[in-house]
Ligand binder design. Structure first.
Ligand SMILES: C[S@@+](CC[C@H](N)C(=O)[O-])C[C@H]1O[C@@H](n2cnc3c(N)ncnc32)[C@H](O)[C@@H]1O
Length: 208
């Protein structure tokens, strides 16, 4: 316990901290990542808040929305017993929730399969290339998900490059924030060598 700084946050503090992150934290498609999730105190509360947003009356999207909510909550802990406990707690929250909705066809194994890839064992500081996370994007017409895999390093790099710009300020915002590269001062080298020319010819003959 001492080695890993394992002190769990009390329920009242979890509530207060989640309140500070409202309304975003409750939105189903907003992703939340807890890099040292312990036994899931924050993850459980965030999941409850997202599930509360799902319409429970005649909702043809119910199952997809439940899985989507769950899939947008990510956690890592270095201790496997904590990860196991966090997964079990999240699974119970989902099972209790879907039990109240008669039309749900979700099974425990579907929920477990999601949790296996979203709540994982690892060292968040060191395993940036081996820790992977999955983005689930639902297609409500086909009842499917488009799933993309990212390493923690990819995510951190993309996050560092991400900026918010307002609709009223799109062009200036892009220019200012991303510092568009200057126009080249000297003319680029023309493709003069025979090697380049023959390659161009081959491409043309190939019809591309
Ligand atoms: C202070 S506890 C907090 C747990 C939880 N976030 C909470 O508030 O209840 C810190 C947790 O971080 C985990 N931990 C420590 N170093 C870590 C690392 N490098 N990568 C991932 N988890 C780590 C420990 O196992 C422990 O469960």
């Amino acid at each position: 316990m001492k080695d890993f700084g394992e002190v769990f946050t009390p329920e009242s503090i979890v509530q207060q901290m989640c309140d500070l992150c409202e309304p975003d934290i409750s939105v189903i498609d907003k992703k939340v990542f807890e890099p040292t999730c312990g036994n899931g105190n924050f993850l459980v509360e965030i999941l409850r808040r997202k599930l509360r947003r799902i319409n429970q009356v005649d909702n043809p999207r119910f199952d997809l929305e439940v899985i989507w909510s769950l899939s947008n909550i990510y956690g890592v802990d270095i201790q496997s017993d904590n990860v196991q406990e966090a997964r079990q707690r999240l699974e119970s929250v989902v099972l209790d929730f879907i039990a109240k909705y008669q039309g749900s066809t979700l099974t425990r194994s579907t929920i477990a399969a999601i949790l296996e890839v979203t709540i994982v064992v690892g060292d968040t500081l060191r395993d940036k290339d081996t820790l992977h996370f999955y983005d689930f994007q639902p297609n409500f017409d086909t009842g499917s998900f488009e799933v993309t895999k990212y390493s923690l390093r990819d995510i951190e790099r993309d996050y560092a490059n991400c900026r918010r710009i307002s609709l009223a300020d799109v062009s200036d915002g892009i220019a200012r924030i991303f510092s568009l590269p200057d126009k080249p001062k000297s003319k680029p080298e023309p493709l003069r060598s025979p090697r380049h020319n023959s390659q161009l010819m081959l491409l043309k003959r190939g019809g591309r």
